[in-house]
Design a protein around this ligand. Sequence first.
Ligand SMILES: Nc1nc2c(c(=O)[nH]1)N[C@H]1C(S)=C(S)[C@@H](COP(=O)(O)O)O[C@H]1N2
Ligand SMILES: [Mo]
Length: 528
Amino acid sequence: MVVRDSPAPSSAPAAQPAPQRVPWWLAAAVGVAAVLAGIGAAELVSSFIAQNGSPILVVGAAVIDLVPAWLKNAVISVFGTNDKAVLIISLSLVLLVGAGAAGVVEERRPPWGRILIVAGGALGVLAALTRASASLIDAVPSVVAMVVAAILLTVLIRMLRSTLPTRVAPNGAVSRRRFVTATGATAVAGIIGIVLGQAISAGYRAAAAARAAFHLPAPAVPAPAIPAGASFPVKGLSPIITPNADFYRIDTALQIPGIDPSTWKLKITGMVDNEVELTFAQLLALPLEESATTLTCVSNEVGGNLISNAVWLGYPIRHLLAQAKPQADADMVLSRSQDGWTASTPLEALTDGRNAILAVGMNGQPLPLEHGYPVRMVVPGLYGYVSATKWVVELEVTRFDKVTSYWTDRGWSERGPVKLSSRIDVPSGGATAPAGDVVVAGVAWSQHVGVSRVQVQVDGGAWNDATLADAISADTWRQWKWVWPASSGRHTLRVRATDANGTIQTSKVQDVVPDGATGLHEISVTVG
Ligand SMILES: Nc1nc2c(c(=O)[nH]1)N[C@H]1C(S)=C(S)[C@@H](COP(=O)(O)O)O[C@H]1N2
Ligand SMILES: [Mo]
């Protein structure tokens, strides 16, 4: 067999330009522009929904945690208090070099540039999720950065290739100018996003720093010890005190208000003889009291989890109102938060001796930012929308027939006393259990009235009395449990509570609108 060279093409295209390569620095510029845009998008997203998830800051924080002590000390001894700036600049350089590399690699060997970007995004996700008290949402900005950067990288590299001359388009399918404009615009948009995102989050970050440096004063009146018998050791049962990180959160704040406690003030205005003004320092100097109160959202469905219990530290609002001297015909207090949200609370609920407080502490911690730092209201017995104003800055004493509040303007009831209710926590709905004794347990509440009895019903049969855990007070929920001699098959469990006045929880089903849901919580369990 004879091996020969392939024959020369008989008719070589005459005007075929020599194949050209894209200059590496243009591909690198695309990488940088795409990554800047990704980070810009992420910083914007972070400033609205996940302030603790800014990719720059989470990666920076992770690096601080990871660098060995000797290196940290060396940096501090050379750069002093500029160490954070050195860190951010070094990280930015690494990021830009990596971004440039991603551009070059994507142009030469797609999809490896995109893979590099995904790997970078994964590092951001990892850094975000391994922070202390991280939540899943903190990963969102890094995912946004990764997706935006990968898409723009693909698009811009394709555009860059199309600027090369071909036989059909000797000057390239896309003009150089269009490519340069697109890449430049991408980079500029990214930089604007980063600057804007940082600016929007600045207040939040300052408040977070102030909170971190703040030590709660000791209570003048400590909460009575939680009775040992207030908790049943049942797995899956809601803990009697909800840890701050698990406490439900409801508000209209697109961005958590970042309040500087040194400029915070509470004003008591409106139908009062004496307007009162109180600074944070003045509030902290008052004899603060601790009390456990269970907060509930009016939007809590039967069996829902928009309810949590905490030990709050604060100052009774009735004392401040006594100083302000409400006029005789006033019947409501319109509390206003720093971001303009309002709640209308019956004046009586703030003066009748219950533990209605201006809270500064939650379970031994300063109020978390999302729960109202530096100061919020906590009023036992009323749903949050008419009482629990977070980031509170003003109490306007007024009348129900003169003004309305944020949610009452939107179809919710003027009055919002918490309704007697109960919930089954274990077994969880749809669970399977072995036949025999099955522990059924949950919580029941009727804040400011108290719960006196809880009963469980199987398949519509007789009501069985559950054992009640000790009450902390009438203002908190109460655990209950019942041992169910379960037989094989599919069963329905229902729970109902009775309040301290002897009123039995109604089985009548009502939606959450306009003043809270009613009905009995029911689950089905397969025993077998
Ligand atoms: N400033 C402000 N305070 C607010 C709200 C709000 O939207 N803005 N929502 C209220 C509602 S509806 C409830 S149920 C409680 C929830 O408090 P939490 O998020 O600390 O659980 O806060 C109340 N305080
Ligand atoms: Mo609520």
